[in-house]
Design a protein around this ligand. Sequence first.
Ligand code: BGC
Length: 814
Amino acid sequence: MATFRSLLLSGLLASTTKAQAFDAGVRGEDAFSYVQPLNTTILGPYGHSPAVLPSPNTTGSGGWEEAFAKAQNFVSQLTLEEKADMVTGQPGPCVGNIVAIPRLGFGGLCLQDGPLSIRVADYASVFSAGVSAASTWDKNVLYERGLAMGKEFKAKGAHIALSPVAGPLGRSAYSGRNWEGFSPDPYLTGVAMEKTIRGHQDAGVQATAKHYIGNEQETQRNPTYDRNGTVTDVIQEAISSNIDDRTMHELYLWPFANAVHAKCASFMCAYQRLNGSYACENSKALNGILKEELGFQGYVMSDWGGTHSGVASIEGGLDMNMPGGLGPYGTVPEAGSFFGGNVTLAVNNGTVDVSRVDDMILRIMTPYFWLGQDQDFPSVDPSSADLNTFSPKSTWVREWNLTGERSRDVRGDHGEMIRRHGAEATILLKNERNALPLKAPKSIAVFGNDAGDDVMGFYNQGDFEYGTLVAGGGSGTGRLTYLVSPLAAINARAKEDNTLVQQWLNNTLIANSNITDLWIPETPDACLVFLKTWAEEAADRQHLDVDWNGNEVVESVAKFCNNTIVVTHSSGINTLPFADHPNVTAILAAHYPGQESGNSIVDVLYGDVNPSGKLPYTIAFNGSDYNAPPTTAVNTTGVYDWQSWFDEKLEIDYRYFDAHNISVRYEFGFGLSYSTFELSDAKAEPLAYGIISKPEDLPILPGGNPALWESVYNVTVSVANKGDVDGATVPQLYVTFPDSTPAGTPPRQLRGFEKVFLAAGESQTVGFELMRRDLSYWDVVSQEWLIPAGEFVLSVGFSSRDLKEVVKITPVEA
Ligand code: BGC
């Protein structure tokens, strides 16, 4: 029997009429929930997506007007076949490719991964991962990193960077891709998105905010296909992230709104379903929320193979199909395309109006002209084409201009910056008996399979046993050109003090040995244990422990060494059961710091850099303490049975632990320094008068109603370095909403942070501007952001649970 999918594959969909397509249940946002068996839980208040049609047209508003006019001129010269090409990826030198139209002087578009490096390239840098960048809580670092990455993408000929990531946000501690993004806190991630995007785009490269939206787990992110030959039938559809309206706005959408506000050129829609229909054809999410409510002027590209229909997706708001073909991840061009020729067909037979296709291209070309990508843009480095396993040369259908210089070295002096960023991202979680910084130790012992050199190659490092880990796996990884391991950096630094350095890198040996039998001639001054934790795309984490018997390794070392210092290189949350061990004197969470890893950690261990990283998530006592675990299995076989109900609503990470008074090991925002800091004198001044609950109804600009982005209060606090070492700290502002706010509002939410560097004894006043959005909740009835009446409590501190100063404000009287 021909399924809808096989009809689509054969191109028949494009020749059906709109009404037929709708009847068939393949049109628009309801594509799949329409054919779901009647199940009241699915048709309840959420888990169902209303249709929002038609797809809003771009106007280039918000500063892109001139570029928009150029794009209009460009589109007016295209033939219908060229239009189809402009919205459909094809095999070529990059991970995603839009073909050139030489007669119009258009050289095509090159899309490259990813969020920590230009992945398909040689002689490029591997920067710190998102989780590390977030751990700096430093807006300058976030921008600088984004800018440097952008420069490398451009120099390699990539017009579009598939970066940064705000989905997953980090709903579940176990999600395999959390490290690519920043933090489960939407405010922190929002700032990180905005800074990164501005950095990428200031370098002349288009940023891509991904994966929009609800991509909070890897398990069943794509459908299970019946793979008997070609991809035809679906056995089970991808999981549906079922998110209610308020949670959507206040949590998952929040950082994506920052992305639109930062004029992000493109959005990548997610693989999974959202409230019943695929994210890449969900008209509520794409047309309604993104293009209408947030005023997004750029284009939506599909995740690779995330397109599940032609007409339905186009009408639902998808503007570019990537990589364009069908088959697993869309990479089998001979299997056809949901777009491509079907777009031409659909326009010719009246199924799709050509004005919609024109809008898709206007959305694609406006940021291109805005960033001046039509002027002297570097050609794609031929070496990228050779390294591209996604669409190897044998699959290319079109000619590609690959005449530029091969293997360009685009790294510049970024290594120095990466070293600094890695050190700044390192979080000191425990430091007792002045274990750190190291003071010219006579002897050091280094333990753990994460300490030494990489032994399995520099690309997509893999979950292998020996070698330090600086990035996770999948499309978000990098291709290292060199890697400074902790052991190499320690050896180099130890020479300065004539320190004796011994090493044991075999975790099995360490975990099962009497350590005193191993070292010579006496107990070392410091035992440094390096542990790692892998995570990768397409798989969720199984546990929150460090890998490779890491806990046992620490126990074994700490049994005999009373100065055991643990360093973790990890994708994110580890529960650290050894944290209270009296011989474990220090713990550092270094996450995935990039190519200078060893130098970064040595800078902190020896005190050349005073640690100032703060946790971008909560470390609980047990893995089972976390809310919202991923859905790892379903015990029924129905096509639509994979569902993930976001019933915890706003209560993820610290919002959950705070709402239920649950003790945690290390709270969100926590991190020690070699110095001590104090806060005093918090004040709040209104910046606007006559504030009312509802925002003024202003014309929508990128980011939504501009009134939401207006500063309404300025909070200031004095921060002083009371210790005797220079260093940076991060005052953090948390907002407690008034009692009149609807139930379910988290007790405290981050709404401001600033990294301040202070010399010993110095103090400074820091300001946090609170925008209207920061003091509003999403009212599901009026569909507005409202400032609730009554008193807000603003707490400023050094973590979410170390709040030092409180000020109260009442923007709107009760
Ligand atoms: C990932 C995207 C990535 C794309 C291209 C997909 O599998 O989800 O993040 O950009 O592949 O490599």
